[in-house]
Write a protein that binds this ligand. Structure first.
Ligand code: GLA
Ligand code: GLA
Length: 685
């Protein structure tokens, strides 16, 4: 369960700023003054400083040089601005990784990394843990009473894994604690298969893709290593600066990081998000994928505001095609995050460096160096607009009526299992067949005009009318019981293909899928699953025989109804006529099952009829790609709406009468939205 986050005591308006690297410009002190002037002019309130600055702070073991940082902290304080002070563990000093090679990661083949790169330290290394904690203590001692210090930015984008001897011993100890006996471990991992029975704890490796239970436990262990590394970093910070909140920046739905678990330990939730500037017909779907990730951050924050701690003000430099953002896109991305609960917008990066891997990455200030650039001008306009929205600051975000579960455990178990089809597309965000399923349902509900919360599988479901569990592959008996109780108490549950195949050890449920009691909940038996070639489309028909919009592809389950009613059937393939969309009444509620990966048109049809039959449809029917969000402010409700499409669209506001916040213009009836148009409005009286 996520407890609501505390926020940042010093925050009185929306924070606006960037990652700032004055450590790269120490020899040109005039740059700091120029930057501060440009920041003030653009409405900047804050900057994340020192993220990769360890050597600038400690050029040799035990000798510190904090003077440049003193100057930055002091100048920010003098200007009434704040620093999100980073702990510099994200990249190891060369002196440290050469003197203590054990801090460098070891890959699956046992090869140790060279020095250099970043985000590649061993999480278990006692030396690295001690050195990082020592540096953090020194930073906290020096700046504990500094008026500029608003937040600790712990490390940077933690991720990845290490297979060194220390990590392996740690994994074995973790398993011993969890399973107690080798018999229990061997049973959990079904180790008689291929003669994988362990007869001594020391035999257990960190990697063997043929042991699917090991794959899942290794990800859990690695995830916990990240959490324990972060806790170790936070210990001196919490001791010396109990009133300065700690965060670490997430990466949305990154594959190896179960952020639900991390969120239990942080004071504020923050995320980095880089939608690829695209500007093609399907780009609006990517905008909704961003919206999904923002909603998840809101969930992790327990309904409190969260921070967008990195995004690009223009292009990135790491894509295959690094396009510029088209006019309107940047403002839209910022306002989209705010509409979904962000109270901080920070960029990577304030100023482009002269050299290094990211010298062409988008920045507020270009190599040209002045305020004349298009990007700077756009950012300054956004800064001005965010300053006008201070009434949103520290305001809770209202709960939606519909929620989707996003569960890393299901994702990990599915990806560790050999057989299911893999995802075709992995852009713009790290994705896979599990994440795609969640995003497809979120998109269909968004297109149907709904706001959707994103929950973990451990969250409290009872307050929601509709709970969607796309491809919830791993379902323990306890979770199965909770889902059944949700339905019995009047909830509407929507499940999909690949639900309830395995237990928490990644072992298949016996007695027919979906397991853990969900066969009764949904009133169906999923006998077989057909994975299809990319070009295969399976037709769908309503139970009446009428064609059902769209098609199924990639994954089709062959279902039998037991107590459920059939809403739609397959219309082609040898299993033509098998149930594919079903509905089952149970207790006070209903459970719907969608036994195939459905095209957007089919999912939209399904949700339109589900929402209508449960009287949950929205009043304003917006075209696909136009999204409306509302957020409370200290001055009443703010309504945001966005045209995510690269083409103009016409909408009808029907009974809504709104007044645009910035211009005061009244909006009503039919109106034309420019490509990427964004509006922030209050109710017009
Ligand atoms: C990540 C990192 C930043 C920077 C950006 C570039 O988010 O945290 O340091 O490298 O990517 O897009
Ligand atoms: C080979 C092996 C079997 C089994 C099958 C699976 O034939 O001999 O043990 O793995 O492949 O297709």
């Amino acid at each position: 369960m996520i407890t609501p986050k505390v926020g940042i005591p010093k925050q009185t308006k929306l924070f606006y700023g960037a990652d700032y690297n004055p450590d790269q410009w120490q020899h040109s002190p005039e740059v700091l003054e120029r930057d501060i002037k440009l920041m003030k002019q653009a409405g900047v309130t804050s900057a994340s400083v020192g993220i990769f600055g360890w050597t600038a702070l400690e050029p040799e073991e035990g000798r510190t040089t904090f003077e440049w940082l003193d100057r930055v902290m002091d100048r920010f304080a003098e200007e009434g601005m704040f620093v999100f002070l980073a702990t510099p563990s994200g990249s190891k000093p060369m002196w440290l990784s050469e003197k203590y090679p054990e801090v460098r990661r070891v890959n699956q083949d046992g090869m140790r990394d060279r020095s250099g790169g970043r985000h590649n330290h061993c999480m278990s290394s006692p030396v690295y843990r001690a050195k990082a904690a020592q540096m953090n203590r020194a930073l906290a001692e020096r700046y504990q009473n500094h008026p500029a210090l608003a937040l600790w930015h712990v490390g940077n984008e933690f991720s990845g894994e290490c297979h060194c001897a220390t990590c392996r011993a740690g994994f074995q100890a973790w398993l011993k604690e969890k399973y107690q006996t080798l018999t229990a471990l061997n049973e959990a991992w079904w180790a008689n298969f291929w003669n994988h029975t362990f007869t001594d704890w020391s035999q257990v490796p960190t990697f063997d893709e043929s042991i699917d239970g090991l794959g899942l436990d290794w990800l859990r262990f690695t995830n916990e290593q990240h959490v324990s590394f972060i806790l170790n970093e936070m210990k001196p910070l919490r001791e010396l600066t109990p009133n300065v909140p700690c965060t670490t920046n997430y990466m949305g739905t990154h594959e190896g990081t179960n952020y639900w678990q991390w969120s239990e330990h942080l004071d504020v939730i923050s995320n980095d998000l880089y939608p690829m500037p695209d500007d093609r017909e399907h780009t609006w779907k990517q905008s909704i994928a961003s919206d999904f990730i923002h909603s998840m951050m809101r969930g992790m924050s327990g309904g409190k505001p969260w921070m967008l701690l990195e995004c690009s003000p223009s292009s990135v430099n790491w894509g295959e095609i690094n396009k510029l953002k088209r006019p309107g896109v940047h403002r839209q991305e910022v306002l989209q995050a705010v509409a979904n609960g962000a109270d901080t917008i920070h960029y990577f990066q304030w100023r482009k460096g002269r050299g290094g891997f990211e010298k062409y990455h988008g920045a507020v200030v270009d190599h040209e160096g002045s305020d004349r650039g298009r990007v700077y001008q756009e950012c300054a306009a956004v800064g001005y607009e965010l300053a006008s929205l201070e009434s949103l600051c520290q305001q809770d975000i209202p709960q939606a009526g519909i929620a989707i579960v996003y569960d890393w455990e299901s994702r990990w178990a599915l990806n560790a299992s050999c057989g299911p089809k893999k995802a075709k597309e992995v852009h713009p965000y790290p994705s896979d067949i599990y994440t795609e399923a969640c995003q497809a349902h979120y998109r269909a509900l968004t297109v149907a005009g709904q706001s959707v919360d994103v929950l973990s599988a451990q969250s409290e479901f009872a307050d929601y009318k509709v709970l969607v569990i796309p491809a919830l592959y791993l379902v323990s008996d306890a979770l199965g019981t909770r889902l059944q109780a949700f339905v019995d108490q009047g909830g509407i549950l929507v499940g999909s293909y690949l639900t309830g195949y395995v237990d928490e050890m990644n072992r298949c449920h016996l007695g027919g899928f979906p397991g853990a009691g969900l066969r009764e909940t949904f009133g169906i038996w999923n006998e077989e699953v057909d994975y299809l070639h990319d070009e295969t489309e399976v037709l769908l028909v309503h139970n009446s025989g009428k064609p059902y919009p769209g098609v199924a592809s990639d994954v089709v389950e062959v279902l039998h109804v037991e107590s459920a009613d059939v809403l739609a059937r397959t219309g082609s393939e040898f299993y033509k006529g098998s149930p594919v969309i079903t509905s089952n009444r149970s207790g006070e509620g209903s459970a719907y099952y969608l036994g195939a990966k459905l095209a957007d048109a089919s999912l939209s049809e399904f949700y339109a009829s589900l929402l209508e039959s449960h009287a949950l449809s929205t009043q304003v029917g917006l075209p696909e790609g136009v999204v409306l969000r509302q957020r409370q402010s200290s001055q009443g409700t703010l309504t945001f709406f966005f045209n995510y499409k690269c083409t103009a669209q016409t909408i009808d506001l029907k009974q809504l009468r709104l007044r645009e916040w910035a211009s005061g213009e009244v909006l009503e009836g039919r109106m034309e939205l420019e490509p990427y148009a964004s509006y922030v409005c209050v109710d017009a009286v």
